[in-house]
Design a protein around this ligand. Structure first.
Ligand SMILES: [Ca+2]
Ligand SMILES: [Ca+2]
Length: 215
């Protein structure tokens, strides 16, 4: 369970059940205070889902969950699965990270969305290799000179060619109340603008979120 508290931090709790006198009883375990909703991904490739996110200071958080539902001791943290991960990242507020197969090898990549010093939307692609997760420079960032205001990317096979694409809504203003066009990326083709007749509509987002479309 991930609940936003007043300090723009999200309190993460893991609820697991055990049998107690023929009744299933759920108990909460505190996981961490993180900067966004955490992702649930099997980072360590052992068949068990791990919890992945960022601390408010931008440090990567990754932990395995034990089979009793308890968070394992610190030695079982899984940050080390990411080779040479930078110490602190500037997570882009309101932009959920992506978990998608970008190169059609049937293994999903993790794309952390961060904000560059010039305000760019930066796509940090991490690919699962035999040894660990490795950084890949696959997606050019979206700079303010290319598109000044953008909303949260969505992932779908937009052109039905069997390969996943990343669609980024381009907005008229920083609050992203009006969508002017879309820009689309896929592995064989770099960013390409696509017309989108939505200017007459005003978008209502959830608070603290840059998500305007869901697929
Ligand atoms: Ca892949
Ligand atoms: Ca496609």
């Amino acid at each position: 369970v991930s609940i936003r508290n007043s300090n723009a931090e999200y309190n993460h709790t893991l609820w697991t059940s055990e049998e107690f006198r023929d009744t299933e009883v759920f108990r909460p375990f505190f996981v961490a205070m993180l900067v966004q909703h955490a992702m649930a991904i099997d980072v360590s490739d052992d068949g068990w889902t791990d919890i992945l996110g960022f601390y408010p200071n931008g440090t990567l958080f990754c932990t395995k969950v034990g089979d009793k539902g308890t968070i394992r001791p610190a030695v079982d943290y899984c940050e080390h699965e990411f080779a040479h991960f930078q110490e602190q990242t500037n997570v882009y507020p309101g932009m959920p990270h992506l978990f998608v197969d970008l190169n059609n090898d049937l293994f999903a990549e993790i794309v952390f969305l961060t904000k560059g010093s010039d305000g760019s939307l930066v796509f940090n692609v991490w690919q699962k290799t035999k040894l660990n997760w490795s950084f890949r420079e696959w997606i050019p960032k979206i700079t303010p000179s290319f598109h000044q205001y953008v909303a949260a990317p969505v992932v779908m096979d937009y052109d039905s060619d069997g390969q996943m694409d990343i669609l980024v809504p381009v907005c008229k203003e920083a609050a992203c109340t009006h969508i002017t066009q879309m820009t689309v990326w896929s592995k064989d083709r770099q960013w390409m603008n696509v017309a989108c007749e939505m200017q007459d509509f005003s978008v209502k987002k959830d608070p603290y979120s840059m998500v305007v479309f869901r697929v």
